[in-house]
Each structure stands twice: as structure tokens, then as C-alpha cells.
Design a binder for this molecule. Structure first.
Ligand SMILES: *[C@@H]1O[C@H](CO)[C@@H](O)[C@H](O)[C@H]1NC(C)=O
Ligand SMILES: *[C@@H]1O[C@H](CO)[C@@H](O)[C@H](O)[C@H]1NC(C)=O
Ligand SMILES: *[C@@H]1O[C@H](CO)[C@@H](O)[C@H](O)[C@H]1NC(C)=O
Ligand SMILES: *[C@@H]1O[C@H](CO)[C@@H](O)[C@H](O)[C@H]1NC(C)=O
Length: 415
């Protein structure tokens, strides 16, 4: 009994002193001859979970760490750490000396956190840092000053960080950088000045959905390729080039119809529709085209005025001749007076005759309009079209126990 307690105590003491037990939240194994501890998806909120100090590859990804305090690793004594994975946490703040004591650290993964800003000399305590992943953070607006100061860093990932602009001095203090990923940000333009300090750059990713293929950006891409940086272009040159040529042709001879220019360039390129061009130039012109070709605008205006004047004169002459057949100026008045009187007399006679006729032939077809007479018929037979509509309009839902108003046609019968 006493022996058992003693053994437990010894084990506990050993674990405290040497830290040789793998914590329950973690998996400890070997990878490429390195001691690895993987403590993912454990809702860990602190860096210190009791992983032995001799860990070399340490992953704390998919946890809930929010801050990295100054000297947090140095206090634990992780001096042999080579790869540290802090991705998919909630880190928004990192103390300036958070990575102090990690002198062997080569690779640091801080991707998919909530960083908005980092201090440029944050990694001065990790002199061997080679690969840094900051993708998936929220840097948005960067100041025009060195983002990171580090002599050794070779790979930097700034993908998907909502960055709107890369200021000129951003990468001024990364002399050894070889691979840079700036893709999937919010930039709409890019200046090569940003890349000029990166003399060792061999690979660049710049795929951004919002980037416009402006002439400036096309030039930037050409510059990048000329520096022998491995890079896949976003803008194809051919289309803007063709546009430029088209515009220049139009500007040179403004008199030429654009359609002709299009067909000429097409046939020159394709070398098949040469007969089409001759046909086009030889084609008989329509009268309008011919007119367009032969006369200038001023000439056309004068011609139009002359023609209009001529038509007006002839028209006026014919009109006067038709109206005043007797060729006297007062004849118009007397004739119209006489005509008007005669016309009135005819109209009066017509009206009287009509009234007489309708009264004699069918006497009760007179004053009230058709529809009212139909409604007031007493026997409610098939003609009651208007009545049916009225009854429908006042029908109530069956469950309501109000007395409905009297049907429409009853009111009308009393009229
Ligand atoms: C860090 O962990 C994430 C998620 O497990 C993984 O995708 C990523 O590759 C890891 N980073 C490194 C450098 O191993
Ligand atoms: C001229 O080009 C237009 C389109 O640019 C085409 O529709 C038309 O058929 C062409 N005309 C000839 C004669 O080739
Ligand atoms: C035009 O095309 C014909 C064949 O369609 C070819 O024989 C000829 O050499 C071409 N001319 C030029 C100038 O390319
Ligand atoms: C087009 O014009 C040329 C010379 O002006 C002439 O030789 C040719 O016969 C004409 N073609 C047609 C289809 O009228």
C-alpha cells in the first residue's frame, strides 16, 4: 500500500520536474526525426498546456487562443521549437516579445487569426525564421512603412488578408525574401515599386479578383516577368493591343467609315475575303449614300431651303385657285356666308324629321338609357346582367351574422 502511493508520488514528481508526459489534449509522435506534439481542436485558450520542453514541432491549431503574451514561450522554455502552428485561433494581439526564446524557430503559422496589425520587429527574437504564414488575417489598411523587418525570412504568405493597397515601403526590409503570396486581397491596382527592394524574389502570386487590367498593371506584369520571377499573368496582352490599333486607325483618317475600316483590317488579317472588299467598294451606292457623298451640309441646307420655298409657292397658288374660282378677293366671304346658311337649314330639317320619325315608329324607346330600363323590369328574368353583379358585390361570408343590405335591384324597382 505504502509502496503504491510512493510510486504515484514519484511519477507525479518526475512529471513536474522533467515534464515528460504528453498532455491528454495532445498527440505526441515523431515526424521526420522531430518530436511532434499536436494539440488541435481542444478549445485551448493558453499557450501552456504542459507539452514537454523538448518538443520541436508544435501545433495548437483550431483552438481559442486570443493573445500571445510577452515571453510566453521563453517562460516555458521551448528553446528547441522549430515549427509552431497557431493557425485557426482567435489571436488579435501579439506582444512584441511573444516569440522570445524561440531561437531555433524556422516556420511559424499564424494564418486564419484576427490580426489587424503587427509590429514590424515582432520577429526579431526568432533569427532563424524562414517561413511565415500570415494569410487569412484582417490587415486591410497597411501603413507606408516596413511590414516586417527580418534578414532571413524567405517565404511570406499574405493571401486573403483584405489588403486594399500595398504601400511602396512595405517590403523594404526583407532582403532575403524569395516567395511572396499576395493573392486574394482587395487591391485594384499594383505598383512595381513595392517589389523593387525584393532582389531575391523568385516567385510571386498576385491573383486578385478586383485587379483591373489597366495599362499600368499590364506594364507591371511585364516588369515582373522581365525580372525572371515565376509568375502567372492575369492580363492577356492581345486584346488591349488590338484596341489600341483600332483607335489609332480611326483617329488617323476621320473621313473613313468605321465599317470599312473593320472590314479592311479583317480581310488583311484573314487573307480570304479580298473579293468582298472590291465588291464593297464597287457596290452601287443607294441614293442617300450618293447624296451624302456629293454634297456638303451647307449645300444640302441651301438645297432644302430652295425646294421648300418652291413647294410652298406652288402649293399656295393651287390653294388660292381652288378656293376663289371667280378670281375676286371678296368672293370668298359671300360664298361661305351663303353656304353656311344653307347648311344650317338642311341640318334643322333633318333633326326635326328624325324626332318625328322616332316618335311615330316606336314611342317608348325614348328617354331613359338602355341599362336602366333593363334593371327596372319587374319579372327578374334573364336580362338582369347588371343586377347579378351588384348582388355578388354585397354578398357576405356565411359565418357573419349581420343582416345583409337589401338587394340592389329592389331599390331600383321603386324608382
Ligand atoms: C497548421 O495547421 C493547419 C490545420 O491543421 C494546417 O492546415 C497547416 O498546414 C499547418 N501548418 C503547418 C506549417 O504545418
Ligand atoms: C463588314 O464587317 C461587318 C462586321 O464587322 C460584317 O457584318 C459585314 O458582313 C462585313 N462586310 C463585308 C462586305 O465583308
Ligand atoms: C493568302 O491565302 C492564300 C490561300 O488562301 C495563299 O495562297 C496566299 O499566299 C496568301 N497570301 C498572303 C499574302 O498571305
Ligand atoms: C469594279 O471596278 C473595277 C475598276 O473600277 C472594274 O474593273 C470592275 O469591273 C468593277 N466590278 C464590278 C463588279 O462592277
Amino acid at each position: 500500500m505504502g509502496l503504491k502511493y510512493c510510486a504515484v508520488f514519484v511519477l507525479w514528481f518526475a512529471s513536474i520536474v522533467c515534464g515528460q508526459l504528453c498532455p491528454k489534449q495532445c498527440d505526441c509522435d515523431m515526424e521526420d526525426g522531430l518530436n511532434r506534439a499536436t494539440c488541435s481542436n481542444q478549445n485551448i485558450i493558453e499557450v501552456d498546456v504542459g507539452v514537454p520542453r523538448i518538443v520541436q514541432v508544435y501545433s495548437l491549431s483550431h483552438n481559442a487562443i486570443t493573445e500571445l503574451d510577452n515571453f510566453c514561450y521563453k517562460e516555458i522554455g521551448y528553446s528547441s521549437l522549430k515549427i509552431l502552428n497557431l493557425s485557426y485561433n482567435l489571436i488579435y494581439w501579439i506582444g512584441l516579445h511573444a516569440f522570445a526564446g524561440l531561437e531555433e524557430l524556422v516556420q511559424l503559422d499564424l494564418s486564419n487569426n484576427r490580426l489587424r496589425d503587427i509590429q514590424s520587429d515582432l520577429f526579431s527574437d526568432t533569427p532563424k525564421l524562414d517561413i511565415l504564414d500570415l494569410s487569412g488575417n484582417i490587415f486591410e489598411t497597411l501603413k507606408n512603412e516596413p511590414f516586417i523587418i527580418h534578414d532571413k525570412l524567405q517565404v511570406l504568405n499574405l493571401q486573403n488578408c483584405r489588403i486594399k493597397l500595398f504601400p511602396e515601403r512595405l517590403f523594404k526590409r526583407l532582403p532575403n525574401l524569395k516567395k511572396l503570396d499576395l493573392s486574394q486581397n482587395y487591391i485594384i491596382s499594383f505598383k512595381t515599386v513595392v517589389l523593387e527592394p525584393l532582389r531575391k524574389l523568385t516567385r510571386l502570386e498576385l491573383k486578385n479578383d478586383y485587379l483591373k487590367c489597366s495599362s499600368e498593371f499590364i506594364a507591371a506584369e511585364a516588369w515582373i516577368v522581365s525580372r525572371e520571377i515565376s509568375y502567372s499573368k492575369q492580363c492577356r496582352r492581345s486584346r488591349p493591343k488590338m484596341l489600341e490599333r483600332m483607335i489609332s486607325v480611326v483617329e488617323e483618317n476621320k473621313a473613313v467609315d468605321i465599317n470599312d475600316v473593320w472590314n479592311v483590317t479583317q480581310t488583311v488579317k484573314k487573307n480570304t475575303t479580298l473579293p468582298a472588299v472590291t465588291r464593297d467598294t464597287n457596290r452601287t451606292l443607294t441614293p442617300f449614300e450618293k447624296f451624302d457623298k456629293d454634297f456638303s451640309a451647307v449645300q444640302a441646307l441651301i438645297m432644302g431651303l430652295e425646294i421648300g420655298l418652291g413647294i410652298g409657292i406652288i402649293g399656295t397658288y393651287i390653294w388660292l385657285r381652288e378656293i376663289c374660282k371667280c378670281r375676286k378677293w371678296n368672293c370668298i366671304k359671300t360664298q361661305t356666308e351663303r353656304q353656311r346658311r344653307r347648311a344650317q337649314r338642311v341640318a334643322d330639317g333633318d333633326m326635326r324629321a328624325n324626332l318625328l320619325w322616332s316618335n311615330v315608329v316606336n314611342p317608348d324607346l325614348a328617354t331613359p338609357p338602355q341599362i336602366r330600363r333593363e334593371l327596372s323590369l319587374p319579372d327578374g328574368s334573364t336580362q338582369f346582367r347588371a343586377q347579378r353583379i351588384a348582388v355578388d358585390a354585397v354578398r357576405l361570408p356565411p359565418d357573419r351574422c349581420e343582416t345583409p343590405p337589401p338587394p340592389y335591384h329592389e331599390c331600383r324597382i321603386n324608382i
